[in-house]
Design a protein around this ligand. Sequence first.
Ligand SMILES: NC(=O)c1ccc[n+]([C@@H]2O[C@H](COP(=O)([O-])OP(=O)(O)OC[C@H]3O[C@@H](n4cnc5c(N)ncnc54)[C@H](OP(=O)(O)O)[C@@H]3O)[C@@H](O)[C@H]2O)c1
Length: 260
Amino acid sequence: MATYHLVTPSTRGIGLALSRHLLSTTPSSTHIVATHRPTSSPDTVRKTILEPLPNSNETDKRLHLLPLDFTDEATITNSIQTELPRLIKGRDGHLTRAYILPGILHPEKTLKSLKAEEMLETFRINTIAPTLILRELMLSGLLPRQPSQPECKLMIMAARVGSVSDNKLGGWYSYRMSKTAVFQLVKTAQIEAERAYGGRVSIMGYHPGTVRTGLSEKFWKGEGEGKFEAKEAVKKMVGVVEEGDRGGKVWDWKGAEVLP
Ligand SMILES: NC(=O)c1ccc[n+]([C@@H]2O[C@H](COP(=O)([O-])OP(=O)(O)OC[C@H]3O[C@@H](n4cnc5c(N)ncnc54)[C@H](OP(=O)(O)O)[C@@H]3O)[C@@H](O)[C@H]2O)c1
């Protein structure tokens, strides 16, 4: 049985490291569907993902690319509701994991530094895009309704700074607020998924620690607890996703719940 894991996005940072990790650690029956902006060249994206991996025809064939821009609803619908089922059902496969990772950061320190356009962009990418991706997955017919179909786990990238109870430092208004909504999203969508799929679909949020990527580079202050290179962060992330039932809540890299 062919299984499919969706990784969105996949061109840099955590998504890139995750695509490589899944291609190197999953069996040959598992395919990885990785998304990139429609303006990026699929050949370049493919080359970048495969570059450090052992050269193999089999790995190349297990990587599939789809164009998707988080700020363009039509591309989300087309990729997730139309192209993804065409790819998976065309090969008699099953979607078993989706890693939904959209996130940008405008690090405002004070209210007076807020710009409405940047706030809107942050909410579009960090909150609305993952919600639309969930909607399109539910509309795609790919989520399992029958007991004979394998379970499907959907992971949405949250962040500890989205936790209201954990907020001790303030700042980062739009990023914090957009990620707070992810806690509510996973809870609400899990309730709907239980009604619609009878426990066969689990929707969780995740906090990866501080990961050295483009998003965090200005705030990276060397090593310490909870700080990871992307390669290490994705190993921990997949471990937490694979462990037990985590639907409706947000979890950190230790596998501990992050309270809202
Ligand atoms: N890094 C951390 O320490 C950290 C901590 C907690 C949570 N997170 C969360 O983890 C997730 C991944 O973050 P990261 O650190 O990997 O970020 P990153 O290194 O900055 O990567 C950003 C990715 O998003 C893509 N992207 C941005 N805007 C897009 C758009 N409109 N349409 C399609 N793709 C778009 C970029 O594509 P291009 O290459 O085409 O630009 C790139 O692949 C985010 O949700 C972030 O909030 C990160």
